[in-house]
Write a protein that binds this ligand. Structure first.
Ligand SMILES: Nc1ncnc2[nH]cnc12
Ligand SMILES: [Zn+2]
Length: 334
C-alpha cells in the first residue's frame, strides 16, 4: 500500500503522457512534429527549465476541447491515486490556452468535469490553482484574473510559474493583491532557478502562503531561519530538479539538509509525464538515493496535509493525517 500524501505542486499540462498526446492529436486533427511516442520521448532530454518549457508549451497544441482537459485530468487522478495521493491541488496555465484561442471556460469546465467525480472515482479530493505565466506581462495576468471571474467558485488559489530568471515576483504585486481581495489563496514558484531574493520577494510582496520549489533558500541562512520560524511550506519536486539540472544527481539533493534545518518540506511531481515519475515515484526515488528514514518519509507525508489548502475542511485534513500516522511501511512507498 502506498504512503498517503497530498500533491501540492502539479501542473496538469505536465501530466500529458506521450500516448495521450498522440490520441488527442488524432482526435483534434493536430499534427505533432514527432513520428511516434518513442520519438517524442527522445525529446525529453532537458538542459534547463527553458528547454523543458519549450516542449511543454508545444505539446499543449493537442488540448482543444472540454473533453480533452477532462481526459487529461482524469488520467492524472487515476495515476496519482494508484501512488497514494489522497488530495491534489492542481495547477493550470490558462494563458497558454487563451493564446491558442481556447477559452477560459473550456479549460476550467473541462478540468472540473474530472475533478467533480474524482472523489467517487479515485478517492482523491481536489483543488484548482490558476497560475500566471511570469514571462508574460503584469497586464496579461490581470486580464487572466478578470477572465476567470465567472469561474472563481471552482478556483482555490493563484500561482506563478514559467521562466523564472529575469521575472521577479514583484512584477505581479497588483494581480496578487487583487487575488487576495477575492479571497484566493496565493502561492508562487520561487528559488527553482531564480535567486533566494525571489523567495523573500514572493513572501513580502505577493504574500504567498507556500513557496513552490524554494530550493535555493539554502544559499541564505537568514532566509532558511525565517522560513522555519514562519512555518512556510516548500513544495519540492526532486525528480524535476534532476531532469532540469537544478541538482546534479538525486544523491546531491538538499532535501535531507532542508529537513534537518527544520523546513516544512513536501514532495511533489511537478510535471510527471516529463520528469520520470508521479508522487510515489518521487518518494521511492528519494528514499533510495538519500536513505530517508521511515520517520522522515512520514514527516514529508504529514507536511503535505498540513500545507494543503484544507482550511475549509479541517475534518478531512484530520482524517488524512490519521491515515499518515497509521501507515505501516513496507519495502515500497508507491
Ligand atoms: N517546474 C516548472 N517551473 C516553472 N514553470 C513551470 N511550468 C511547468 N512546470 C514548471
Ligand atoms: Zn512547477
Amino acid at each position: 500500500m502506498p504512503l498517503p500524501a497530498a500533491e501540492l505542486h502539479l501542473h496538469v499540462e505536465g501530466t500529458l503522457e506521450p500516448e495521450l498526446a498522440f490520441e488527442l492529436a488524432a482526435r483534434n486533427g493536430v499534427r505533432l512534429p514527432y513520428a511516434d511516442t518513442d520519438e517524442l520521448r527522445e525529446a525529453y532530454r532537458f538542459e534547463d527549465l527553458q528547454s523543458f518549457l519549450n516542449l511543454y508549451y508545444e505539446l499543449m497544441a493537442v488540448l482543444r476541447t472540454e473533453q480533452d482537459f477532462a481526459d487529461l485530468a482524469d488520467a492524472y487522478l487515476a495515476r496519482a491515486a494508484a501512488q497514494g495521493v489522497r488530495h491534489a491541488e492542481i495547477f493550470f496555465d490558462p494563458q497558454a490556452h487563451l493564446a491558442r484561442g481556447v477559452a477560459m471556460g473550456t479549460v476550467v469546465e473541462g478540468l472540473w468535469r474530472a475533478l467533480a467525480s474524482s472523489e467517487r472515482r479515485h478517492g482523491v479530493s481536489t483543488r484548482l490553482i490558476m497560475c500566471f505565466l511570469r514571462d508574460e506581462s503584469a497586464e496579461s495576468a490581470l486580464a487572466t484574473l478578470e477572465a476567470a471571474r465567472p469561474y472563481l467558485d471552482r478556483i482555490t488559489g493563484v500561482g506563478l510559474d514559467s521562466a523564472e530568471v529575469g521575472h521577479p515576483p514583484a512584477k505581479f504585486r497588483e494581480v496578487y493583491e487583487a487575488a487576495a481581495a477575492l479571497g484566493l489563496h496565493r502561492v508562487a514558484h520561487a528559488g527553482e532557478e531564480g535567486p533566494p531574493e525571489y523567495i523573500t520577494e514572493a513572501l513580502d510582496v505577493l504574500g504567498v502562503e507556500r513557496v513552490d520549489h524554494g530550493l535555493r533558500c539554502m544559499e541564505d541562512p537568514a532566509l532558511v531561519e525565517r522560513l522555519v520560524r514562519e512555518r512556510v511550506p516548500l513544495t519540492l519536486c526532486p525528480l524535476s530538479n534532476v531532469r532540469l539540472r537544478t541538482v546534479d544527481t538525486l544523491a546531491d539533493h538538499p532535501l535531507p539538509a532542508m529537513l534537518d534545518a527544520g523546513l516544512l518540506c513536501t514532495v511533489n511531481s511537478d510535471d510527471p509525464a516529463y520528469f520520470g515519475g508521479y508522487v510515489g515515484d518521487n518518494f521511492t526515488a528519494v528514499r533510495a538515493a538519500l536513505g530517508l528514514t521511515e520517520d522522515r518519509l512520514r514527516e514529508l507525508a504529514r507536511n503535505s496535509f498540513l500545507a494543503a489548502f484544507l482550511d475549509d475542511d479541517e475534518e478531512r485534513r484530520a482524517r488524512y493525517l490519521a491515515e499518515v500516522e497509521a501507515y505501516e511501511f513496507g519495502d515500497t512507498v508507491a
